[in-house]
Design a protein around this ligand. Sequence first.
Ligand SMILES: [Fe+2]
Length: 399
Amino acid sequence: MRREVYIVVLSVLAVVSANISQAQEKRKLTADIVLGPYVQAVTSDSFTVVWKTDMDAVAWVETAPDDGTHFFAQERPAYYQTVAGKRPVGRLHRVTVSGLEPGTVYRYRVMQQAVLTPPDEKRIVFGIASGNNPFRQQPYEVRTLDPDAETLDFAIINDIHGKDQVFRKLMTDIPSDSIDMVFFNGDMLSSMDSEKQLFDGYLKSAAELFAANIPFYNSRGNHEGRGMFSYRYLDYFPTSTGETYYMVRQGPAAILVLDCGEDKPDSDVSYFGLADYDSFREKEAEWLRNTVCSEEFRSAPVKIAVLHIPASTGGWHGNAEINRLFIPVLEEAGIDLMISGHIHRYSYSEPGERGCSFPVLINGADEKHYFHIAGDSIKAERIDQEGTVLNTFEINVGN
Ligand SMILES: [Fe+2]
């Protein structure tokens, strides 16, 4: 009997040992990219690249000028993400490249080195470094903003509510050779419950279709404040201010990208006692008052506000707070046009019609607008999912 037990124990040990050595043989040493890269927070002297890997890794971005040399012609400068003096280990990577020249194209590639350290070990064990290989594929390219550029061209969409197929139809044919940037004007998801929902809802498609080379800027909608994953919003969409409101200054235009907050009072049961948008909008309004006094803003011939919830003569609590806090500042600052969404139907309101002294354009839920700004002229085309031009309009802000 004892001998039988001994044999069984030996057999079990042999199986366990074989499994361990197989697992070691199969141990993955390279972190692969599962989303991105996509470009965020482009300014006149910096840009941020975001991507995600399937394993913990440290990451960096290498850049090269757009001078015709091969990326491997020489060692290229490397930029690392650091948090309080340390390079973070993780799967979501956010690297800012700074100290750049305005209006200049930079080539870049993203790199990562897997970190294999088991949770109970203190030493760091690295895997193999990997990333975009400029030998096999063209490096990505991004152009820094330039306040002295003669024109600004952008596309704007909103209220996709996680319908990736609609997103792809609207974004597949954007003219990537002539467009400077894209704006997502809120409610791209109905709520932010998980990373998968964000990736599948539109972000994976955005990265695939254009966002590795052309930046998109988010104006957060009321729906993007909902769901437990909403706390991670700025991790995926970093901005130049570190807040969800900021200014984009390109060519003749200054674009104030604002955050509307939620539409109902903070105490509404649908926010589960977690909303504090009243004080958030107060702080945002203070930033807005300071920003519209800056030379950077005042020097722009064309002044635009991008805000998910439009100015309105009536409406819910969110509207009332926007009217009280933002609209008077925007009117005083000489805003030429507000571009909004939220209503899901296209409309264009002349000054005065929505209770403010500037016109308000609302882009529909399944449409896009292309904007072309030159000198003091704002031209726009309203386009449906099939690519048909439905409307055009032009404003001359000098008139
Ligand atoms: Fe909305």
